[in-house]
Design a protein around this ligand. Structure first.
Ligand code: ATP
Ligand code: MG
Length: 327
């Protein structure tokens, strides 16, 4: 893709110009330093030549001229080094800022490409399904199947847009966290019932302690838990159950989401919480996603003064554990 090479070439050109200018500035500084030194020496020599040898204060005057020349020498060196220091610090600062900016813009470009695909596919599928329903007289069963498929796609769109909008708002500080008291047990139960309807072929098991109160943003909390359940659905085999537990002790409210999928290798465990990070194996690449889900989960947990941990399930799979202080 030509447009992916263009910024690299541009960066190479800019880097070359940058290093050239920097070398030029340092060379000029060195040149001026040498010139000033020479001038200083010349001045001292002239002054020495002007002295009259039979002057009674001759030796004293020679010493004074030498001392002055030495003092100037030290001054030039000090000023030169200060300038060099300032130039180098400034150069490092500019270099880093430009590199960071470039990395961000490249990341955004990759993200836009991933997002465009992820957004367009469900829209295209939903449109096609609806057109089929409109044009053809289908029997009840086929109609139901198409409607179910369309709903799946709109659900995916819903999660995706929520993730994108909320994460960009949370990052930019544009999202005002709502703090309200709500019944976490009820909200999670409702989520699970929704998931069971969306994925009737999957087995969801849950143990939910009743009436656990939570103080926070109910929409964000739902997005966080949905993302964990969605991952469990997406990355574990169809016939394996997904389980969720909500319980509390005297200090914490704890939510566990477990699956019996392939699990996440130790080397990837902390990386999966990074923005846009997806494990690079074939299995994951076959599924759809942007790598925003877990990043958002962590951000929301932290915004609620909580933590998210990832451990291995037995015999296989992952356990994601959210832990919050009581409100
Ligand atoms: P998105 O959630 O934005 O649609 P995603 O699911 O790829 O995309 P995350 O939810 O952030 O992104 O997950 C990051 C990566 O961690 C996934 O791509 C997958 O490789 C891995 N992962 C997440 N949850 C699980 C899980 N339950 N089992 C195995 N791997 C997982
Ligand atoms: Mg996900």
């Amino acid at each position: 893709m030509p447009h992916r090479f263009l910024p690299k070439q541009k960066l190479a050109l800019l880097t070359t110009i940058y290093w050239f200018m920097l070398s030029y500035i340092i060379a000029a500084l060195l040149f001026w330093y040498i010139r000033l030194q020479q001038q200083n020496e010349q001045m001292a020599n002239y002054k020495l030549l002007e002295l009259v040898a039979d002057d009674p204060a001759y030796l004293q005057k020679v010493e004074r001229i030498n001392l002055e020349s030495q003092r100037k020498n030290i001054q030039y060196r000090g000023e030169g080094l200060t300038f060099l220091g300032i130039i180098i610090i400034g150069a490092i600062f500019v270099f880093r800022a430009v590199r960071r900016q470039f990395r961000v813009s490249q990341q955004q470009q990759n993200f836009m490409m991933a997002i465009t695909h992820e957004l367009k596919t469900p829209i295209a599928v939903a449109k096609l399904n609806l057109e089929t329903l409109q044009k053809h007289r289908l029997d009840e069963q086929k109609q139901q199947k198409l409607i179910h498929m369309t709903l799946q796609e709109t659900n995916r769109l819903n999660t995706l847009t929520n993730n994108i909008l909320i994460s960009s708002q949370l990052d930019g500080g544009g999202y005002k966290l709502v703090k309200e008291e709500f019944n976490l047990s009820l909200i999670i139960e409702k989520l699970l019932v929704d998931f069971q309807q969306r994925f009737p072929e999957r087995i969801f098991q849950w143990t939910i302690a009743p009436d656990i109160d939570f103080r926070g943003d109910p929409l964000l909390v739902q997005i966080m838990i949905s993302n964990l359940i969605e991952n469990a659905v997406k990355y574990s085999p169809r016939n394996e159950p997904i389980s969720l537990a909500l319980y509390s002790d005297d200090r914490f409210i704890i939510i566990d989401v477990k699956d019996l999928g392939p699990g996440i290798p130790d080397a990837e465990k902390s990386k999966v919480f990074q923005r846009f990070y997806r494990i690079g194996n074939e299995e994951v690449r076959r599924t759809k996603g942007t790598g925003l889900g877990l990043y958002l989960c962590k951000k929301i947990a932290e915004d609620h003064h909580g933590t998210i941990r990832l451990a291995d399930n037995l015999p296989t799979g992952s356990i994601f554990t959210l832990k919050f202080h009581h409100s």
